[in-house]
Write a new protein. Structure first.
Length: 94
C-alpha cells in the first residue's frame, strides 16, 4: 500500500493529466502559480483546461505567484479564473 504523505504530488498530477483524452476536462485549483505550471496543463489531450487561483496583489509582490506563469497559461489557451481566498491545491479530471 502506498503512503501518500511520502509521494511527490506534482509528479502524480502530471501523470494523471498526461493520460487524459479529448473528452476530458482538467481543473486545477492552486492559490499560487509559479514555474512552468503551463507544462503540467499542456500534456495530455484534454479538450478543456482551467486554472482557478488567487489574484491578490500580495501574492504576486511576494513571488508566491508570478506574472510569467500566468502569461504562459494564457498563451497555452488555458482558462484562468479568480477565486478569492483559495487555500488548497487540487487537480480534478472529469
Amino acid at each position: 500500500m502506498e503512503t501518500p504523505i511520502l509521494k511527490d504530488m506534482a509528479t502524480r498530477w502530471k501523470r494523471a493529466v498526461a493520460s487524459t483524452v479529448e473528452t476530458d476536462s482538467v481543473l486545477v485549483f492552486s492559490p499560487y502559480l509559479t514555474g512552468r505550471v503551463d507544462k503540467l496543463l499542456t500534456v495530455g489531450k484534454a479538450a478543456k483546461r482551467s486554472v482557478f487561483t488567487r489574484f491578490d496583489m500580495e501574492t504576486f509582490v511576494s513571488g508566491a505567484s508570478t506574472i510569467t506563469a500566468l502569461r504562459r497559461l494564457i498563451e497555452a489557451k488555458v482558462e484562468v479564473w479568480k477565486v478569492d481566498g483559495l487555500h488548497a491545491k487540487m487537480v480534478i479530471i472529469e
